[in-house]
Each structure stands twice: as structure tokens, then as C-alpha cells.
Ligand binder design. Structure first.
Ligand SMILES: [Zn+2]
Length: 136
């Protein structure tokens, strides 16, 4: 009896089909079948891509559309991330920081006192604007 042939994909011995033994070089393991099918499809695709101009044009259009859509999605995701980051910043913290920067004060109590003063002033101004109309 002859030795079992070795699979070209996994190099393991296999029992060839008795009707197909003269040109069977791969075993029937699912990973080898899948690998062989991928290779066959890749070779068919490459041959057709090289020889058929219409096929090549269609594939290039599909690729171009895919990349356009992918870039659009990445850009949208970046905008959403930026908006989420911006929403995480408290307006009160920003105002406190601006007041502290403009007045040069580092004491939180003094900054809070300034904020209260500005709040009262802002309320009075908005009341005046509401009563007398839009022009100051
Ligand atoms: Zn194999």
C-alpha cells in the first residue's frame, strides 16, 4: 500500500478520494477547504481584474464609494466625540475661570463674590432691557 499523500495546505497526511486520487492534493479539513477556496477565488478575481476593463472599473467604483462612506463616517464620529467633549465642560466652570483670569483673583470666595455681583448686575440689565425694549 502506498503512503498517504500530504496535503499542500496543512502538510498532514490524508486519504484521497478513490475517484479523484490522481489529482487531489488537499485534504478535506474545513480550514484547508476554506483556504483552497479563497485562493481559487483570489486567483479568479485577479485574472479578471487584469483582463476585463469593465470589471476593473466596477470594482474601483465600489472601492471608491466604500472609502468615501468610510471617511464620512469617521468624520461624523469625530464630530460627535468633539461635541461630547464640549458638553462635558461646565459653563459655570468656564465663567468662573474667565472671571478669575480677568480679575487676577485666585481665592474661590472672592471669585464667588464677583460672580454674585455680576449675576445681580446681569439680572438688573436684562430687566431694564425687557422693560424698555431691545435698545439700551
Ligand atoms: Zn490540509
Amino acid at each position: 500500500m502506498k503512503d498517504s499523500p500530504l496535503c499542500k495546505a496543512c502538510s498532514k497526511p490524508f486519504t484521497a478520494c478513490r475517484f479523484n486520487a490522481h489529482h487531489q492534493v488537499h485534504c478535506k479539513r474545513p480550514s484547508c477547504v476554506r483556504r483552497r477556496k479563497q485562493k481559487r477565488q483570489r486567483e479568479w478575481h485577479n485574472r479578471r481584474y487584469q483582463s476585463d476593463e469593465d470589471f476593473r472599473g466596477k470594482k474601483q467604483n465600489i472601492s471608491r464609494e466604500y472609502m468615501r462612506e468610510r471617511r464620512r463616517k469617521e468624520k461624523a464620529a469625530a464630530v460627535v466625540a468633539l461635541q461630547a467633549e464640549a458638553c462635558a465642560i461646565s459653563p459655570l466652570d468656564i465663567l468662573t475661570g474667565v472671571v478669575s483670569q480677568l480679575t487676577g483673583e485666585d481665592d474661590p470666595q472672592l471669585v464667588l463674590e464677583r460672580l454674585r455681583t455680576y449675576s445681580v448686575r446681569g439680572r438688573q440689565l436684562s430687566h431694564r432691557v425687557a422693560v424698555s425694549g431691545l435698545s439700551p
